[in-house]
Write a protein that binds this ligand. Structure first.
Ligand SMILES: Nc1ncnc2c1ncn2[C@@H]1O[C@H](COP(=O)(O)OP(=O)(O)OP(=O)(O)O)[C@@H](O)[C@H]1O
Ligand SMILES: [Mg+2]
Length: 150
């Protein structure tokens, strides 16, 4: 669990997760409006050597970037925002299942909207709003202890 005090610190936590990803990894980013999911994704994309600016895919649903998985090579990074989808059927209709099943890395905001499409081995990340600019970030399987980034 991490406690961050700024967007930059949340990005840094995201950046660290990049080393744990493999072809086909799906990262499910839970957290309410403004929790910092896109911010976390920006850091994660940096860790994957994405050089394009990462913006919220709220209206496009999916933004795809070219990145690099260390030890593997160039990889598509799909940043998905399911907020505006009604349900998982909507996601299936736009070809979402193919994205999740492919070799690229998928990072999903509002994954609860497409719960039944998520693979069992998706990596859950939960970002909670705390007082002020503090955020609590839990990454499944990350055994690093309580870590105040400030
Ligand atoms: N510690 C922090 N970590 C992340 N963001 C922070 C932090 N402190 C303040 N913020 C602010 O919170 C906001 C997070 O916005 P962001 O777009 O990343 O959220 P989101 O979870 O993607 O929201 P949405 O559900 O609307 O897509 C930004 O304005 C950012 O500057
Ligand atoms: Mg967002």
């Amino acid at each position: 669990m991490y406690l961050t005090n700024s967007p930059e610190e949340t990005e840094a936590v995201g950046e660290r997760l990049a080393a744990a990803l493999q072809p086909g990894s799906v990262v499910a980013l839970y957290g309410g409006l403004g929790a910092g999911k896109t911010c976390f994704t920006r850091g994660l994309a940096r860790g994957l050597a994405v050089t394009d600016a990462v913006t919220s895919p709220t209206y496009t649903i999916v933004n795809t970037y070219r990145g690099t998985l260390s030890g593997i090579g160039p990889t598509d990074i799909h940043h998905i925002d399911a907020y505006r989808l009604r349900d998982a059927d909507d996601f299936v209709n736009i070809g979402g299942e193919e994205l999740l099943a492919g070799d690229g890395v998928c990072i999903v905001e509002w994954p609860e909207r497409i719960a039944r499409c998520l693979p069992e081995d998706a990596i859950p990340v939960a970002i909670g709003l705390k007082a002020g600019d503090k955020r609590e970030i839990r990454i499944a399987g990350d055994t690093a202890g309580y870590d105040d980034c400030g």
